[in-house]
Design a protein around this ligand. Structure first.
Ligand code: PHE
Length: 349
C-alpha cells in the first residue's frame, strides 16, 4: 500500500488531486487510518508490532504528502506570479492628452488682456437675488427682461412662491450682477473683470443656448470717460485680433448705462471672409446704479463712496468669439460633450 500511495502522491498534478490522495489514505476514513483503527482487535504483542509497521507507512506517506504539497504550492505561486508579471520596460498605453475647452481658451485670452491692463478678476454667484440682477442695475420691475419668458426663477417657497420679506432668487441673466457686488465690496477707483455662466429662458437654436457665458468689465474712478471706454474696447480687440483690429460702436440701450452702445470688431477669417462681429454691450455707468450701490453699502454699514464718480461697463459673450475663431457653426456643440467636437481641441492649452 505504501508503494501505491507514494505513486499516487507523485502523480497528483495539483493541490486538488493531492487533497484527494490525502483523504484516501490518511483522512478520517482513510485506508491507513482504518488500519490503525483495527489494531484494537489484535492480541497485545501483535498489536505492538503491527502498529509500529503501520506507523512507519503512515509517516512515509504523510512525509511524501507534505513534500508534494509544498512543491505544488510553490508551483501554483510561480504560475500565478508568472501570469501577473508586469514588464515595466514595455511602452505605455499612450493616453490622449486633454485640452482646454474652446470657451476657456477664449476666456484665457480675454482675461490675459485685461490683467495686463491692471484689472482685478472677480467671481460671483450664478444663483442671484433679484435686486442684484435687476433692481440695483436700474432695471425696473416692469422691464420686459424680468418677465417669466426670459428669466429662470427659483421656487423658494413650498408652493413655488417666495416668502414675504425674502428676496426672490433667479439664475442670473447676465454677469452685470458683479458690477453691483464688486462695488459694494470694494472702494473706488477700480478696474474689474468677471467671467461666468449666465442663463436665459429661451428656445435653443444654432446661436442661442439657455446657458452661456459672459465677461463683464467695470472701471470706476474720477473723470473716467467714454473715450476711456472706447480705448479699452479697441485695446481688447487688438489683443484678440491683432494690431490692425477695427472696432465699431453703435448707440444702444441698457438700463444700467447712459449712454449705452453695442460694439463690434471687424473680423477676417483665414478664408478671407470678413464682417462686423457684434461682440457685446457697453456704456457709462448710470448714476442710478451708483446710488443703488451706495444704498446697499449704507445698509451694510459702509461708506457711501460712489455717487458723483463716473465709470464704464461692458459685457460680451465668449461663445461668439469662439464660434468664429474655431469655425464652430452651432453654439450647442460647446455643451453637448460630443467627443468628435471636443477631440479637436486636444492638446490646445
Ligand atoms: N449685461 C448686458 C447683456 O447681458 C451687457 C452689458 C454689460 C451692457 C455692461 C452694457 C454694460 O446684454
Amino acid at each position: 500500500m505504501q508503494q501505491e500511495a507514494l505513486a499516487e502522491i507523485a502523480a497528483a498534478g495539483d493541490l486538488d488531486a493531492l487533497q484527494q490522495v490525502k483523504t484516501k489514505y490518511v483522512g478520517k476514513k482513510g485506508l491507513i487510518t482504518q488500519q490503525l483503527g483495527s489494531l484494537g482487535g489484535l492480541a497485545p504483542e501483535e498489536r505492538k508490532s503491527r502498529g509500529a509497521e503501520i506507523n512507519v507507512v503512515r509517516q512515509a506517506v504523510q512525509g511524501a504528502l507534505d513534500k508534494r504539497e509544498a512543491l505544488l504550492k510553490r508551483a501554483a505561486l510561480d504560475a500565478k506570479l508568472q501570469g501577473e508579471a508586469l514588464d515595466v520596460t514595455l511602452p505605455g498605453l499612450g493616453l490622449p492628452s486633454g485640452g482646454l475647452h474652446p470657451i476657456n481658451r477664449v476666456y484665457s485670452d480675454l482675461i490675459g488682456i485685461f490683467t495686463r491692463l491692471g484689472y482685478e478678476v472677480a467671481e460671483g454667484p450664478e444663483v442671484e437675488e433679484e435686486h442684484y440682477n435687476f433692481g440695483a442695475l436700474n432695471i425696473p420691475w416692469y422691464h420686459p427682461a424680468r418677465e417669466l419668458q426670459d428669466t429662470f426663477w427659483l421656487k423658494d417657497g413650498p408652493d413655488g412662491s417666495s416668502e414675504p420679506g425674502v428676496p426672490r432668487r433667479l439664475l442670473r441673466t447676465h454677469t452685470s450682477n458683479m458690477q453691483i457686488r464688486y462695488m459694494v465690496e470694494h472702494e473706488p477707483p477700480l478696474k474689474m473683470v468677471s467671467r461666468g455662466k449666465v442663463y436665459r429662458y429661451e428656445a435653443t437654436d444654432a446661436t442661442h443656448e439657455a446657458m452661456f457665458h459672459q465677461l463683464e468689465g467695470l472701471v470706476v474712478g474720477e473723470g473716467i470717460s467714454m473715450a476711456d471706454l472706447k480705448g479699452t474696447i479697441a485695446e481688447m480687440a487688438r489683443g484678440l485680433y491683432g494690431a490692425g483690429a477695427k472696432v465699431r460702436f453703435q448707440p444702444s440701450y441698457y438700463p444700467f448705462v447712459e449712454p449705452g452702445a453695442d460694439f463690434a470688431v471687424w473680423w477676417e477669417n483665414p478664408r478671407g471672409e470678413s464682417k462686423w462681429l457684434e461682440l457685446g454691450g457697453c456704456g457709462m455707468v448710470h448714476p442710478h446704479v451708483f446710488k443703488a450701490v451706495d444704498d446697499l453699502r449704507e445698509a451694510a454699514g459702509k461708506e457711501r463712496v460712489y455717487e458723483g464718480l463716473t465709470g464704464f461697463a461692458f459685457g460680451l459673450g465668449p461663445e461668439r468669439i469662439a464660434m468664429l475663431k474655431y469655425g464652430i457653426p452651432d453654439i450647442r456643440y460647446f455643451y453637448a460633450n460630443d467627443p468628435r467636437v471636443m477631440r479637436q481641441f486636444r492638446g490646445e492649452l
